[in-house]
Write a protein that binds this ligand. Structure first.
Ligand code: SF4
Length: 715
């Protein structure tokens, strides 16, 4: 008999509501849940492919131990005991900081085992070596928050449903589901907003899906976002389009900012960015003279040159135009897991620096604070922390729901580092590119085999919302939940790892762990569990506006620091750069193309490449090239090409694409397993071979420049 249950998708960070059909303890169908108040029945092809992921014939259903280069099955309890003993030995010999954990995208989509839990696990034995995918794609958000607000302002979400204007910078929400934060059903919500009259500006080197629908698309040259954003802000100020009362009341450093923006005039910016002066002025006018709206950025910006400056300039549009803590602008969603806020006017800021006390041994990069207060180190330093001898050298690494072999810069060095470890443990559903180098591969449960809440999205939904999912099916294999692996390893190591209400020597349930991770939640887990299986909207779906600005700004003067000294000096740096006539910088003189990244509908980071329904559409990540460039290079669709940077070269499959500007090539991240012998047409191209980890990197976040990479293309 077929039974239908409700849950939510964990393929990506959006957590759309799902209905699943189950027969004989097997998932046989997945579709959208129309009763889910947030996603309202929406799903994308990846979510619908969950039925393939859980039932995949190549899933790791039994933990594996690498014995002399061959993987052999090992029962999970024995594996945890052996790993616990080895970790104890490594800590005793090399100190607690020799043990590190990397949490990838997949590792964020479990409430009980996310980085907020693993941070506590590491701290229980005095290691601060937590690394996550956040410092691979968006650490500039943390730096910009820290500088503009002075600390962790409650997270804000773009209230697009009530906005009169929108500025999207290097993000394509229709594919990424990201406008400030992940959101469900982006195409429909955008369509409704445009029909309502919302005006849209898109800044992107590529004419993406939303750029096509924009009132103004500024097709900026790759790497020149900061120049363009500076000019747009200057236009808003020079034309008196900013909100003077808001600036007078809530913004500091305005005069310093104006002075620093002065050099970025229209003719200079037009020449440097390739955007027409008239379009720049019109884009500034559309955004700033609207009654409401917000400017938001995506990973295309956060991974590019001058990422911290550019991210903060995007936030500065909202500060100068009075769009923070405003209806139709950036609003705060209280969520369910944080304590209840005091009434407006009585709120107190959280005076925590978002930059931690820890610095990397290599390149001296400071750690940062992530969601729910966990602290992490810059991921782009991890391989060198493994390879560099001396006190603090990392000897053991646990990879939780991530795939460094595909996403860390400088692939050859990454593989060398993975192979150098005394212990590498990978928790994954599949024998991933990284798992192939592991000492142990732990068989973990698919999300449908465990209870969960969408903890990561708690404050990202359009209104306060939470949902409890029971298990859809009972796991029949010797598989384990991520939190359970760490919990039992700590017990074996003799470490006192506990959570509020959960003693270290107990055998807790996932519910106990979730409660222990959110002990002051304003909506207790039992209440969330008792609500509808489709999830529950709270606060009558009303987003309260006001009470955040200025109450919770952490700077002493309770003002947004638009003229932060680091911003002023970075603007001067950008202006001082030597840019040659062909648009290149000094180190790029010998390269004709700039490589940018794009997201594919058929995969989410490194997930989905092995699922038949998605693979049928795309089995590799094509190199997208402007048709004129294709013709000039005598290339045809499907040709095998070589892309070469100053650091490395890869093979790729060429594809003409008229959304790309001339001189720009697009390639998605997350493909091309180095250990996979199949041709590139079947496994894709690994862009990280082109990117050096230690040359063009950001001095504050440590992130290697992942976009606007100077490359040449040959047949
Ligand atoms: S958008 Fe994300 S959460 Fe929603 S169905 Fe697609 S993969 Fe799943």
């Amino acid at each position: 008999m077929v039974e239908t249950k409700k849950t939510f998708c964990r393929f990506c960070h959006v957590f759309c509501g799902l209905e699943v059909d189950i027969e004989d303890n097997t998932i046989i169908a997945v579709r959208g849940d129309h009763d889910n108040p947030v996603s309202e029945g929406y799903t994308c092809p990846k979510g619908r492919a969950e039925v393939e992921r859980i039932n995949h014939p190549e899933r790791v259903r039994q933990s594996q131990k690498n014995v002399d280069g061959q993987f052999q099955p090992i029962d999970t309890s024995t594996a945890i005991d052996e790993i616990g003993d080895k970790l104890r030995q490594i800590i005793d010999e090399h100190g607690p900081e020799s043990v590190a954990v990397y949490v990838g995208c997949g590792g964020h989509r479990t409430a009980s085992g996310g980085p907020w839990y693993i941070d506590k696990w590491l701290r229980s034995f005095n290691s601060h070596r937590l690394y996550t995918s956040m410092t691979i794609d968006s650490p500039s958000l943390i730096i910009a928050y820290d500088r503009l607000y002075g600390g962790p302002l409650p997270l804000t979400v773009f209230d697009i449903d009530h906005a009169d204007s929108a500025m999207f910078v290097a993000t394509n929400p229709i594919v990424s589901h990201q406008w400030s934060m992940p959101q469900s059903n982006p195409a429909t919500r955008l369509k409704k907003a445009l029909k309502r009259g919302m005006k849209m500006v898109v800044i992107d080197p590529r004419r993406s899906d939303i750029a096509d629908k924009a009132h103004i698309h500024l097709q900026v040259k790759p790497g020149e976002d900061a120049t363009l954003l500076a000019c747009l802000l200057r236009e808003i100020i020079d034309n008196d389009w900013y909100d003077k009362d808001y600036v007078a009341n809530y913004v500091s450093g305005f005069d310093e900012l104006c002075t620093a923006l002065k050099p970025f005039d229209l003719s200079y910016t037009e020449q440097r960015t390739g955007c027409a002066a008239a379009d720049i002025t019109e884009a500034a006018r559309i955004f700033a003279t609207a009654k409401s709206g917000a400017a938001v950025s995506g990973t295309g910006l956060h991974m590019a040159r001058h990422q911290n400056l550019a991210t903060q300039l995007v936030m500065t549009f909202n500060a100068l135009c009075g769009r923070l803590d405003r209806r139709g602008g950036m609003t705060h969603i209280p969520g369910t897991l944080a304590p209840r806020l005091a009434p407006a006017g009585e709120r107190q800021p959280f005076p925590i620096s978002l930059r931690t006390e820890h610095r990397s041994r290599v390149r001296d990069i400071q750690g940062i604070v992530g969601l729910f207060g966990y602290q992490e180190m810059p991921t782009n330093t991890l391989t060198d922390e493994i390879l560099t001898a001396g006190k603090g050298q990392i000897k053991a690494l646990i990879v939780n729901g991530g795939n460094p072999a595909l996403v860390f810069s400088d692939t050859n060095t990454t593989i060398k580092a993975l192979n150098k470890l005394d212990l590498l443990v990978v928790n994954d559903l599949f024998m991933s590119a990284t798992a192939k180098h592991a000492d142990y591969v732990m068989a973990i449960k698919h999300p449908f085999e465990r209870v969960d809440i969408p903890m990561l999205a708690d404050t990202f939904t359009p209104f306060s919302f939470q949902q409890y999912s029971e298990k859809m099916v009972e796991a029949e294999d010797d598989v384990i939940e991520e939190w359970e692996f760490f919990w039992r390893a700590a017990q074996r190591m003799g470490v006192d790892f506990s959570l509020p209400g959960v003693a270290s020597d107990s055998n807790p349930s996932a519910d106990d762990i979730i409660k222990g991770l959110s002990p002051t939640a304003r909506i207790p887990l039992d209440e969330i569990k008792a609500a509808s299986p489709s999830g529950q909207a709270y606060d009558n779906k009303i987003t309260e506006v006001g009470g955040i600005i200025p109450d919770m700004i952490c700077h002493d003067d309770r003002r947004l620091a638009a003229g932060h000294p680091e911003v002023i000096s970075e603007l001067a740096e950008v202006y001082a750069e030597q840019v040659f006539d062909n648009g290149s910088y000094t180190s790029q003189q010998d390269f004709e193309f700039r490589l940018i990244t794009y997201r594919m509908r058929e995969a989410y980071c490194t997930t989905g490449q092995n699922l038949p329904s998605l693979q049928k559409k795309r089995s590799y990540n094509p190199a997208l090239i402007n048709p004129d460039d294709m013709q000039r290079l005598a290339l045809a669709d499907g040709d095998l090409i070589t892309i070469e940077s100053g650091h490395g070269k890869i093979e790729a499959i060429a594809e003409a694409n008229n959304t790309m500007g001339k001189g720009t090539v697009g390639l998605a991240h997350g493909w091309g397993d180095p250990a996979d012998d199949r041709p590139v047409r079947e496994k894709g191209s690994n862009v990280q071979y082109l990117i050096p980890r230690d040359i063009d990197y950001d001095k504050l976040t440590g992130l290697a420049q992942q976009s606007a990479i100077a490359v040449n293309i040959s047949k």
